[in-house]
Design a protein around this ligand. Structure first.
Ligand code: TXA
Ligand code: MG
Length: 336
């Protein structure tokens, strides 16, 4: 298959490209589409055969369940059970970067849920995504449109880099606004549990339906299958530094003689081989994944990444950086 790219306007995608994409979905094929968080790799969520293609294209482990994307709040009831607390959350945060894990309804194939009795569902805040779901007439199962383990794509170019000739069509509406994936919370128990920090800050959820529990083991390791795997990793090692330590760590790296790239909010250390600097934590979230992709191409052999403060969307940025850095192999394996 040859991947086709259709450039569309975010606000006014136009009927023709959306109809073409919807035909691919109805025919059981794959379409990469923009959401406000990252690009998704979509298929008909009610077709087991179509959903299996997602796993093949991404090289994704079959036991890692997918998020079902709906075009209206009421449609969530087609795939699972919404109680009063979930409705409160959808009223406050949908459309938007919040995914709810709820009890699954019978119609959802086990390929989507990974065999669990729960299902993850969200309504994205992106006119192109909404138009595509509506025009397809079915909810869309969609993980991030990257090869499994790679940084999520925030542009159509990044989708192409990972999935060229593995996806039939890419709807290209430019860069995504949030940049990190949705916040995932499990609302099946007595207290909501944070499975993955993301675009909706934990503080906002605490205020709405708190207390939100952070599972032991950190960041939902046991609860959300996807968070078990190494993730978001560029092809060169990532070394984390706390804010304020960038200069010292940078000098140490220079002492090793290893060309280092830098990403963070503090000024880059002297001698950085390449750098991307953000002036706000929202900017950091928006630009993080494309910065990782850019810096791995820079010729540097390691990326020094500054962790933002643990508040707001900073929690999600820290989480993604920690995953990008974990399991790092290579010359700096023994880095203190
Ligand atoms: O922003 C996003 O959420 C993007 C866009 C495309 O919507 N999607 C995304 O999907 O990040 P994915 O597949 O890369 O991440 C989905 C996460 C995984 O960690 C997965 O394990 C978890 O949601 N998940 C899905 N269904 C679940 C379930 N029933 N129970 C627990 N965790 C679930
Ligand atoms: Mg993903």
């Amino acid at each position: 298959m040859r991947t086709e790219i259709l450039v569309v306007d975010r606000e006014n995608p136009g009927e023709e490209p959306i109809m073409r994409a919807a035909r691919v979905i109805r025919g059981g094929g794959l379409v990469a589409f923009p959401t406000e968080t990252v690009y998704g790799l979509g298929a008909d969520a009610l077709s087991a055969v179509a959903v299996q293609k997602i796993f093949r294209a991404k090289g994704r482990p079959a036991d890692n369940p997918l998020i079902v994307h709906v075009a209206a709040k009421e449609e969530a009831a087609l795939v699972g059970q919404l109680d009063e607390r979930s409705r409160r959350l959808t009223d406050l945060f949908w459309p938007g970067p919040l995914t709810l894990v709820i009890r699954a309804a019978g119609a959802v194939p086990k390929e989507v849920t990974g065999g669990l009795d729960t299902v993850a569902v969200r309504m994205p805040a992106h006119p192109v995504a909404i138009a595509l779901i509506k025009s397809s007439g079915v909810p869309l199962a969609a993980p991030s449109a990257n090869r499994s383990g790679r940084p999520s794509p925030t542009t159509a170019g990044a989708v192409l880099e990972d999935l060229r000739d593995r996806v039939e069509l890419i709807l290209d509406a430019g860069s995504t606004a949030v940049g990190v994936e949705s916040t995932v919370i499990d609302v099946t128990g007595e207290h909501p549990v944070l499975l993955r920090p993301g675009g909706v800050p934990l503080e906002d959820l605490d205020e709405a339906v708190g207390p939100v529990i952070l599972p032991t083991g950190g960041r939902g390791k046991e609860r959300s299958p996807g968070t078990r795997y190494r993730h978001y990793a560029p092809s060169i090692p990532v070394i984390l530094v706390e804010a304020g330590q960038v200069r010292a760590e940078g000098l140490r790296l220079a002492g090793w003689g290893t060309p280092a790239a830098y990403v963070g909010m503090s000024p880059p250390p002297a001698g950085a081989a390449a750098s991307v600097r953000f002036t706000s934590v929202e900017g950091y979230a928006r630009g993080l994944f494309s910065a990782l992709r850019e810096l791995e191409r820079s010729g540097a052999e390691v990326i020094l990444a500054e962790l933002p403060a643990e508040e707001g969307v900073g929690l999600a940025v820290r989480d993604r950086l920690a995953r990008a850095a974990s399991g790092t192999e290579g010359p700096l394996d023994h880095w203190p």
